[in-house]
Design a binder for this molecule. Sequence first.
Ligand code: BGC
Length: 769
Amino acid sequence: MTGPEMKAGIPGPGADPGWTFCLDGYDPLLENSVESRFAISNGFLGIRGARATSRGQRWIVPARTYVAGLFDTSGTEHATTGLVPAADWLRFRIMMAGGPLLHHPGDMSSHHMTLDVRQGALFSAGRHFDSPDLGIQVRTLRLASISDRALGLQLIQMEIEQGEVDVAVEASFEGVELGLVIDRLDQDLGTWRTRHSGKRLAMATTSSLQIDGRDLEPAARGPLTWSWNWKTRPGQIATFQRFVAVVRSDAPDLDPGPEARDKLGSARHVGWQDVVAAHKAAWGRRWHNSDVEVDGDAKAQRMLRFALYHLNGAANPADERVSIGARALTGDNYHGHVFWDTEIFLLPFYILTWPEAARTLLMYRFHLLNGARAKAAAMGWRGALYPWESADTGADVTPEQVIGPDHRVIAILCGKLEQHISADVAYAVWQYWQATGDDAFLLEAGAEILLETGRFWASRAQREADGRCHIRGVIGPDEYHEHVDDNAYTNVMARWNIRRALDIAALLREHWPVRWISLARHLGLEDAELAQWLDVAETIAIGRDPETGLFEQFSGYFALEDIDLSHYAGRSVPMDVVLGRERTQASQVVKQSDVVALLGLLPEEFAGAAAETNFRYYEPRCSHGSSLSPAMHGLVAARLGDAEMALRYLRQTAAIDLAETHVAADGGIHIAALGGIWMLAVFGFAGLTLRNDGIAIDPRLPAGWDSMVFRIQWRGRHLKIAIDQANQSVEATLEAGEPMALTVGGDPHPLGRAAMLAVRFRKPGAASC
Ligand code: BGC
């Protein structure tokens, strides 16, 4: 790098508060949740937002780096599977004669961190005056590139304010021997392998330091380590840069080292400025396609941007072998395991704003179909039962026990009983295909998933003496109640799954007969079996009162103790802790949206007043013991026209990761809740629904939201939708793709190519529900 480039310095964060999240000073109690919140990720690498300033021996604390799909098992009898963190590649120290430059707790006020979500980068700035001999201003940048996901970049700029002293700077990796077995450690390359799962990891790296624009030769080098010495003088600018290139290999005999070196070589060749520019341009494209702009409510705007930042950073459309864990790559709660969170709370966002990423996430499930078949078979059923918690092999990795809040060992039954996951995967497959029209995916993967999950339910539901089919002994989304019979969510989703499987069988038979013959042969599917599926779908018990349309959450639920949750408002612990497990199980207290989730996903099952009836019954009984719950309630409230309640739920959801007081984010951000925020805004406030013949919107913006603008993709088309509250109007622009129909407020309108449609969606003064 030359002198003039140095003068410009390293890039800094933007100033627009709509795009930046800042933190001043230091609060040890909030440190872990801040690390989650300020994590940077590109769907392959996830780096927690550890501060550039610590109170300890080092003034750069280790930042945990996670690599998607780098799972290992404990190798014990009850093996647990989890993401193994890679070595921290960001370690950096300034040393003076007396030891490392420390930063004392009382001296933190000058330290600022800024997560710039538009740039997808974490910045920090601070002044270090620990020693009377030396004063330094330090600015840092780190990013995980989304234009080349193998790449991480760290830049540190030190401006000497005072002092002429000898200093040394050391750049190294931390934790190289933790978690993984070292294969080799060279100056510029480390390679490791997992202990039991047969995976390998390579991290190639290079560091350099310039003083006033001139490269300084390292005084010492070691494996993954560099150090430099020089004498400071006021006004001097020292700039440190480090690249890391990370490659995972899933085969024990495939050395990922050469590819990591290649990737590193390309990054070095173009230089950090180009790497930063390409990364920013890639984020620009993601924001163009997915931003939701809200005028009139700056707080809601920030919440949405925070959610969109983590959603866009969580997926990697190039890797079909990984999905998104419950904390994405921002922390190790739930060990990186994948739940229904992905299909129900994340896929909608990807399907409509980033279909390539959605397809990849569904292909992950397709590749693991054999594991799902094995699970169903091991439990005595046919078809595919997806694991409740999934990692990389298709096996169910749900832990069997956990220590409860009262220190008792609690058996976790979800791995065996929480089976709605199979219908949830099928639901996402169907939504993807409906929204994209990606027939190639349907033929290659989607149809097989739908048929095998449909087959599972048709074998799982058993006909009984009352002539109906029942699904006994499950856990629904409300995990407070275990071993329940005929959970409404499970049974209705199962029925829906079987029906879609039958639809697909009929469709393939008619339109792709050759594919149908080969798939039916491969699956051993005969007409008699399809007839049995239909019979199950038509006779399955769903627990709906034909008069009122009210669903009973499961058989016997209405007879349980009815507890008024308003008496427990303001509690700081979950209801099952307040009441104890036994009393909770014997009550109607619901952990999270269950019938309400069904209403969110399949509103057509709730005709007439039934939607209102069910929501008003279950909403007050829900304790929101899961982060997934409030957004789903908000979505349904918005659709029912209760925008005020919906907005409350939006804020409650955002607070899970953003509230200063919250510690629940210690182990990573709640990516499903963040997906729920997007769903609430787009499916709730904009009232977007996907139909066979097009898209419908029926806006219900909350008071104070002057306008809401967002983009979606539908069957190869790119649409921009702008909702104006004051005029009660919608402007829709077809930015790319063929003409289509758009239904606004119930009325269909043709939408021409590159044309803009402007319509009133509700007459001024009309009731809003
Ligand atoms: C919820 C599940 C969820 C899991 C991971 C649990 O507390 O009850 O529905 O899938 O967390 O987010």
